[in-house]
Design a protein around this ligand. Structure first.
Ligand code: ATP
Ligand code: MG
Length: 251
């Protein structure tokens, strides 16, 4: 099963969610997992792989978008969690691709991932914070997608704006694509959280996932030490919430 983690708004917790789901599926459900990073920021690649700075663009996901069908897969620090790393150059590759019309560029990742679906129980795609060609490739390749949202009202508009491209992707490329729901992250006992949750429930009835990811310093600690939250403290509230989410969505 291929799951894309999306949000048009930046900094809503896509990367931490992709990393936590990928590592948690392996840890708790013993799944063989592939994480594909299609964000030029390469944040999840940085956490899962050492020496990422030394990677040549052609050893990264860039090569898939340039040479089709090739997916560069690496072992990560975590056994049975494999990685297709991203690279800063992916932004240039994307901009070049947009200019050419000869190949069906929206479905490059979809065609490339077909060969690997049997080798993994789960494939998680960490998407960039936009609705551009990389996002479209992520959703065209996926069976389902999870939207992340954090406190604040800008996120509401961003979620509304996802709907039109999703409908087009379904119509033209991937009719079976389904939504897993909206995952609220960085939840706190503040009025900002309460009001955003209320608005999300009003605008998107029945789409907000029951499990909410609390705000916690463990996330920064994990990033700084290049670890997953489960490696830092599997009993921290953030880790327990991601574990619960995995059981809710993937069992
Ligand atoms: N549950 C949390 N508690 C505290 N901080 C969090 C939490 N989740 C994410 N963060 C912080 O918020 C920031 C954004 O998180 P993350 O990188 O996962 O978001 P993103 O949606 O992938 O961002 P981008 O759109 O730039 O790719 C990071 O600095 C991260 O440390
Ligand atoms: Mg990210």
């Amino acid at each position: 099963m291929i799951t894309a983690i999306v949000s048009q708004k930046g900094g809503t917790g896509k990367t931490i969610t992709a990393l936590s789901i990928a590592s948690g599926l392996q840890k708790f459900l013993n799944k063989k997992v592939l994480l594909i990073d299609i964000d030029p920021q390469a944040n999840s690649s940085n956490i899962l792989m050492d020496d990422i700075d030394e990677l040549d663009p052609l050893q990264s996901i860039c090569t898939t978008f340039l040479n089709e069908d090739v997916i560069p897969i690496y072992e990560s620090r975590i056994p049975n969690v494999h990685l297709v790393p991203s690279h800063l150059s992916l932004a240039e590759v994307r901009d070049q691709l947009v200019k050419q019309t000869a190949i069906p560029m929206q479905t490059i990742l979809r065609r490339a991932t077909r060969n690997y679906m049997k080798a993994y129980d789960n494939i998680i795609i960490d998407c960039p914070p936009d609705l551009g060609l990389l996002f479209i490739n992520g959703l065209a390749a996926a069976d389902n997608y999870l939207i992340t949202a954090n406190p604040g009202f800008f996120g509401i508009d961003a979620i509304k704006q996802i709907q039109a491209p999703v409908d087009q992707i379904k119509k033209y490329h991937n009719p079976d694509l389904t939504e897993l729901g909206i995952l609220f992250t960085m939840s706190e006992s503040t009025s900002a959280t309460a009001e955003t949750v209320k608005a999300l429930n009003t605008y998107f009835p029945n789409r907000l996932i029951g499990v909410k990811i609390p705000k916690g310093t463990i996330v920064k600690n994990a990033e700084l030490s290049k670890r997953t939250v489960f490696e830092i403290d599997e009993n921290a509230p953030v880790s327990l919430a991601y574990k619960k989410l995995i059981y809710e969505l993937f069992i």
